[in-house]
Design a protein around this ligand. Structure first.
Ligand code: F0G
Length: 356
């Protein structure tokens, strides 16, 4: 199907992209008006890299991450199929999103999270939206295996990105990028964990060509964290380690989706050090864009590409910022000076600010 991209004004990704998604009149649309997130021009990163750098700020989705695009689809389809219970394993964002959308649909949501490795804000979200939260004594990869087993043996729908409806919903972010730029970027840069999102963007960009919305494809660059980089090393990692807990994954479910995207587009899956993730996190925050650590892996990756002279001058680059910084306030506070306590009078205040 081809035609102009005239979807502005429709709320939620299912209504915006109805003809491009596997839904019908019988599908109850469970939505929180996700999607339509800003594509912010980065003056500083553009100057730094000699490219035209745009930030797709997915932290502005209803639950603060890109997961909502996939979850509106997964939960709508689960409801259509008569499912009453959904389950997911999560490093935090998937569970926050599943809990919110399942709550909205009146479904029970069970979540399995790796004990001690989920940011506080994400845990708060799953709890406040009424999910049944279980902390598993193991890592994300083990939790995902358990949820697959549960969905095989019980009348429960799995809403991790191995559920194809999740990928369908998430591909709409690529449509929005194409809509905002008028074409696909030259380079697309993003974090990789379980590898569902890079699979989804690549699908979205390819469909945008078939739809006549874009006449080019981007080269896809995905970044894992150094201690959790199985796709880079070529084999699963039993105990992945990184400060970016959202992408602390040793055996990505959509592994081949990530390698296909990189290989077929002339891009690459690479990894960045925790220190570089933290530096990118701070420099984005200094520019007014508050993201979580995992999201900053894309900008850390962009800098690595610039250092390796892999960015053609003037290239259009999109960096995906997958989640909001408020998800993980501990890191924000840890790296900042503590606020000073002052008397409630103007003199000491001006003095402390060096304005007296
Ligand atoms: N960025 C954030 C903020 C994430 O939460 C995730 C994944 C990724 C990037 C990586 O995306 O897995 O599609 O490659 N979080 C999952 C979760 C694993 O459970 O919330 P991916």
């Amino acid at each position: 199907m081809t035609g102009p991209l005239t979807v502005a004004g429709k709320r939620g990704i299912i209504r915006r992209y109805l003809d491009q998604l596997p839904v019908s009149a019988a599908t109850p649309i469970v939505t929180l008006d996700e999607g339509d997130t800003p594509l912010i021009f980065s003056e500083r990163l553009s100057q730094e890299t000699g490219a035209e750098v745009w930030l797709k700020y997915e932290g502005l989705n209803p639950t603060g991450s890109f997961k909502d695009r996939g979850m509106t689809m997964a939960i709508s389809k689960a409801l259509e199929e008569g499912s009453k219970v959904v389950v997911c394993a999560s490093t935090g964002n998937t569970s926050a999103s599943a809990a919110a959308y399942a709550g909205r649909a009146g479904m029970v949501c069970a979540v399995l999270i790796p004990e001690g490795n989920v940011a506080l804000g994400k845990l708060a979200q799953a709890l406040v939206h009424g999910a049944r939260v279980l902390e598993v004594k193991g890592n994300f990869d083990q939790a995902l295996e358990l949820t697959k087993q549960m969905a095989d043996e019980q009348p429960i729908t799995l809403v991790n990105s191995v559920n194809p409806f999740r990928i369908e919903g998430q591909k709409t972010a690529a449509f929005e990028v194409v809509e905002a730029l008028g074409r696909a970027p030259d380079l697309h840069v993003m974090p990789v964990g379980n590898a569902g999102n890079i699979t989804a963007y690549w699908k979205g960009y390819r469909e945008a060509i078939d739809l006549g919305w874009s006449d080019s494809l981007p080269a896809m660059f995905g970044f894992q964290a150094d201690g959790a980089n199985p796709i880079v090393t070529g084999s699963p990692i039993a105990s992945p380690k990184t400060i970016a807990t959202a992408i602390r994954i040793g055996n990505p479910a959509s592994w081949s989706g990530a390698t296909d995207a990189a290989n077929d587009s002339g891009g690459r899956i690479s990894s960045v050090r925790d220190k570089e993730i933290l530096e990118a996190y701070r420099s984005l925050a200094a520019e007014g864009v508050f993201v979580e650590l995992a999201s900053a892996a894309s900008v850390a990756g962009l800098r690595q590409m610039a250092a390796e002279k892999r960015i053609p001058p003037g290239a259009t680059v999109v960096c995906v910022l997958t989640g909001h910084g408020l998800k993980d306030p501990d890191w924000a506070i840890a790296g900042a000076p503590r606020p000073l306590t002052v008397e409630a009078s103007i003199g000491p205040i001006l003095e402390h600010l060096d304005l007296a």
